[in-house]
Design a protein around this ligand. Structure first.
Ligand SMILES: NC(=O)c1ccc[n+]([C@@H]2O[C@H](COP(=O)([O-])OP(=O)(O)OC[C@H]3O[C@@H](n4cnc5c(N)ncnc54)[C@H](OP(=O)(O)O)[C@@H]3O)[C@@H](O)[C@H]2O)c1
Length: 339
């Protein structure tokens, strides 16, 4: 894939080696290439929320498969498994501190910003609406203001919770109608991004799963597995519908968006519509655990601060067609996590 302004000037001379190639640029500099690695001219990419589930996988993907340099912004100590090196720095920066964000990004002058940081727990957002708005809306505005002068491509992560859950799975042309504060804050964040004047993509995703290093909270698959391994009974709802998303697919889809500079709204998720109960059964089977420990229940049996949309999930045809997005099945996603 090539992007105007970012394509390495090559003169077409190639030398092939087993598993590797050397390409001679017009300036005569040899560049070693490895199959599967993107050689679109190196960009400076900032990732916020780098300690989180998606942030960790984005950093790993960019370092493993591209030549871009990565500035990983997180809160507190670096929890990434990779060590800082030539192409990777970690910066501890609370995104609600406008002066700090501004100073930090002036030093980087990014070509691309992938804004994955957010207050992501719907119940926490409902209990702390001011903190939710600061993290999900104000921080987004501060980040945009801090990078506006460098004119980067801007990617904002949003959620299926922007919808009311009455008519899922949803396309990009459906109208949002959030039923909780987290969803409302993400709708407001989306508006900040789509109206900011930068070339921008809003990526909505849904029930993301995968491994996370030094996790600050547990994810659905880990929660099911840990409880069943401990012989504990769990109650899981069978009247909410989602399209669960492998975090590796999400990271890969975002990279494709960035390299193609695809702007606008995109739904990136798995293609299968499943309930959490169906997912839990699949987890039990995959790890050969006792599925009888999983009790089928309905959302009405839980009292949670934040209301959940009932039927969300995404139609992902736009991403398949425009950027070549190809998510795996839930079963294949479990294989990726491994036993
Ligand atoms: N995971 C899902 O199922 C899902 C579904 C739909 C949409 N999304 C969206 O996808 C994005 C990535 O989600 P994720 O699963 O990777 O979330 P995550 O694991 O909760 O990571 C979010 C990260 O943002 C950081 N953060 C929050 N407030 C911050 C602040 N004020 N300053 C700096 N950092 C801050 C958190 O830091 P701490 O670690 O210090 O708390 C956390 O590491 C989010 O925008 C989320 O809304 C996720």
């Amino acid at each position: 894939m090539s992007i105007a302004g970012f394509v390495l000037p090559l003169d077409g001379q190639h030398q092939q080696f087993p598993g590797q190639a050397t390409v001679r640029g017009r300036d005569g500099v040899n560049i070693r290439q490895t199959p599967g690695v993107s050689y679109i001219h190196s960009m400076k990419i900032v990732i916020t929320g780098a300690n989180g589930l998606l942030g960790q996988h984005l950093v790993q993907l960019l370092l493993a498969t591209t030549t871009h340099t990565v500035t990983a912004m997180g809160r507190g100590n670096c929890r990434l498994a990779v060590l800082p090196g030539n192409r990777f720095v970690y910066i501890d920066q609370d995104l609600t501190d406008g002066a700090g964000v501004s100073a930090c990004l002036a030093g980087v002058q990014p070509d691309v910003v992938i804004h994955a940081a957010a207050k992501t727990q719907a119940d926490d957002c409902e209990k702390d609406p001011i903190g939710c708005w600061a993290a999900n809306v104000t921080a987004t505005r501060l980040l945009i203001a801090a990078v506006q002068a460098f004119n980067p491509f801007f990617v904002f992560l949003s959620t299926d919770f922007v919808f009311d859950g009455l008519a899922g799975p949803y396309t990009e042309t459906d109208t949002p109608g959030p039923v909780n504060y987290y969803g409302s804050s993400k709708v407001a964040g989306e508006k900040e991004v789509l109206q900011c004047g930068l070339a921008a993509a809003v990526v909505r995703t849904c029930l993301v799963y995968g491994d996370v290093h030094g996790a600050s909270r547990s994810h659905f698959i880990g929660w099911v597995r840990e409880n069943l391994e401990a012989g504990k009974r769990i109650k899981v709802v069978d009247d909410q519908w989602r399209t669960p998303t492998s975090v590796q697919d999400l990271a890969q889809g975002i990279l494709q968006l960035v390299e193609q500079r695809a702007t606008g709204l995109f739904h990136l998720s798995g293609a299968e519509v499943l309930t959490p109960y169906q997912m839990a059964l699949a987890v039990a089977d995959f790890y050969a655990l006792d599925r009888l420990l999983i009790e089928r229940t309905t959302a009405g049996n839980f009292t949670q601060p934040a209301q959940r949309p009932r039927r969300t999930g995404f139609v992902i045809d736009k991403a398949i067609k425009l950027i070549g997005f190809q998510p795996v099945s839930f079963a294949a996603g479990l294989q990726r996590i491994g036993r």
